[in-house]
Design a protein around this ligand. Structure first.
Ligand code: ADP
Ligand code: MG
Length: 373
C-alpha cells in the first residue's frame, strides 16, 4: 500500500488507516489508507460521487467511519468529536452570517472560545491582512464580491489556528478567471502560514496547479497518490491516464518471452517500446500511454516507417488552430486516432499542414508508459 501513501512515513502528520464509510449498500469510501505530512497542500481529486466529501467529513469528525482509524500526530481521533480535533472545515457554500460584518464573521469562533476582546481584535486584523482584506472589516457579506467572500470564509476558518484546514470545493462557485487568481492566493496563504491544507476538488487542472500531492478517488477507492508531475508522467492505469490530462492509448499484446519479448500493437502496426519495460506475461494485453505533446509528427514521410518501434503512418484528419498551439488529429493506417499538438514556433513550411496529408508519427521510449490495467 505504500504507493498509495498509506505506508510508514516518519513525516506523517495525519494518518487514515483502512477507513470505510457505507451508507446502506453504497460504499461511499472503500478501504482508504493515506498519510498526509505536516505543511502539505493535499488535493483529493475525483468525479462527482467518488467519496471525496465523505472522506473529508470523516477527517473533520462530521461523519463516523464504518470501519478504520484516523490518527493525528499519532493520536487516534476516530471517536473524538469535531470540536476537539485540531482541524477546521471550510464549506462549499461559504456560510457567512449575512447580518454580521466581516470582522464579526471572522471573530465568531474566537468569541465562542471567550478570547479577550483586544486579542480578538488583533487576530482579526492579522487575518484580514493575510487574506488581503484590510479595511473591509465593517462590510457586510453582500457588499463583497464572490472572491472576497471566499477570503472572509477562509480567514474565519483559520481564526483559531487549526493544524489542518479542510476545504470542500472552495472555489467551485467562482468563474474561471477569478478561480485562477484565488487559487494563487490560497496557495500563497497556505505557504505563508504553513498549515496543512486538504482540499477536495473535481477540477484536475486546479489540483495539478496547487497540490503538493494529489489523491485520485474513484468509486470510494483511492486509486493513486502522487505529486502532480508523477501523476501526469507515470499514471498507474488507464483511468488515471485519461483523468489527468489528455492521453493516447495504444492497445498491445505481449509476444514471446525473455530477451525476445516484444510488445506488438495493432494500433500502430508494429512494435512498441515503453519506459521501464520489465518481463511481462506472454499473451498479456497491455496499453501504452503517450501524452499528445510527446507525439512527434513528420510530414512528407519517405516510405513506410511502421517497421521501426514507436512509429506509425497515417493521415492528418483534423487541425484545430488555438492561437499559441495547434491541436492535430492523425488517423493511423489501422484506423486508430492519435492526437498531438504543435506550437507556433514551427517552421513556416511545416506549419502548412492540410487535412489528408500523409504523415508519420513517432514517440520516444521514455515518453511511452506501459499500463497493465
Ligand atoms: P463526492 O464528494 O466525491 O462527490 P460524496 O462523498 O459526497 O462524493 O458521496 C459519495 C457517495 O456516497 C455518493 O454515492 C453519495 O450519493 C453517497 N452519500 C454521501 N452522503 C450520503 C448520505 N448522507 N446518505 C446516503 N448516501 C450518501
Ligand atoms: Mg463533494
Amino acid at each position: 500500500m505504500s504507493d498509495l501513501g498509506g505506508g510508514n512515513d516518519p513525516d506523517t502528520y495525519l494518518s487514515i488507516k483502512q477507513v470505510s464509510k457505507h451508507f446502506a449498500e453504497v460504499k461511499a469510501v472503500d478501504d482508504v489508507s493515506l498519510n498526509i505530512r505536516q505543511g502539505e497542500f493535499f488535493c483529493l481529486l475525483g468525479g462527482s460521487g467518488s467519496g471525496k466529501s465523505t472522506l473529508l467529513r470523516m477527517i473533520a469528525g462530521l461523519e463516523t467511519a464504518t470501519s478504520g482509524h484516523i490518527e493525528i500526530e499519532g493520536q487516534d481521533v476516530t471517536d473524538v468529536p469535531p470540536w476537539n480535533r485540531p482541524v477546521n472545515m471550510m464549506f462549499q457554500s461559504y456560510a457567512l452570517f449575512p447580518h454580521m460584518n466581516v470582522e464579526k464573521n471572522i471573530a465568531y469562533g474566537l468569541k465562542q472560545d471567550k478570547w479577550p476582546q483586544p486579542k480578538i481584535k488583533a487576530r482579526v486584523e492579522e487575518l484580514l491582512e493575510l487574506v488581503q482584506l484590510s479595511g473591509y472589516g465593517n462590510r457586510k457579506p453582500h457588499q463583497l464580491s464572490g472572491g472576497q467572500r471566499q477570503r472572509v470564509a477562509l480567514a474565519r476558518a483559520l481564526a483559531r489556528k487549526p493544524k489542518v484546514l479542510l476545504l470542500d470545493e472552495p472555489l467551485s462557485a467562482l468563474d474561471k478567471k477569478l478561480r485562477e487568481d484565488t487559487q494563487r492566493q490560497l496557495l500563497a496563504i497556505q505557504q505563508e502560514i504553513g498549515t496543512t491544507f486538504i482540499m477536495v476538488t473535481h477540477d484536475q487542472e486546479e489540483a495539478m496547479s496547487i497540490a503538493t500531492r494529489i489523491g485520485v478517488m474513484d468509486q470510494g477507492k483511492l486509486v493513486q497518490v502522487d505529486t502532480p508531475r508523477e501523476m501526469y508522467e507515470r499514471p498507474k492505469n488507464r483511468f488515471i491516464a485519461g483523468f489527468i490530462g489528455q492521453v493516447n492509448l495504444f492497445e498491445a499484446i505481449v509476444e514471446g518471452s525473455g530477451k525476445t519479448q516484444k510488445i506488438i500493437s495493432a494500433d500502430t502496426g508494429g512494435e512498441l517500446k515503453a519506459i521501464d519495460q520489465s518481463e511481462l506475461e506472454t499473451g498479456q494485453a497491455v496499453w501504452i500511454a503517450v501524452r499528445p505533446e510527446r507525439v512527434l509528427l513528420k510530414t512528407k514521410p519517405k516510405g513506410k516507417a511502421a517497421k521501426a518501434a514507436n512509429k506509425a503512418n497515417g493521415t492528418l484528419s483534423d487541425i484545430m488552430y488555438l492561437g499559441g498551439v495547434t491541436h492535430i488529429t492523425i488517423t493511423l493506417d489501422s484506423g486508430k486516432t492519435v492526437r498531438t499538438m504543435i506550437s507556433e514556433h514551427w517552421d513556416e513550411d511545416e506549419a502548412k499542414l492540410n487535412i489528408g496529408d500523409a504523415v508519420e508519427i513517432s514517440f520516444e521510449q521514455r515518453a511511452a508508459v506501459l499500463l497493465e490495467s
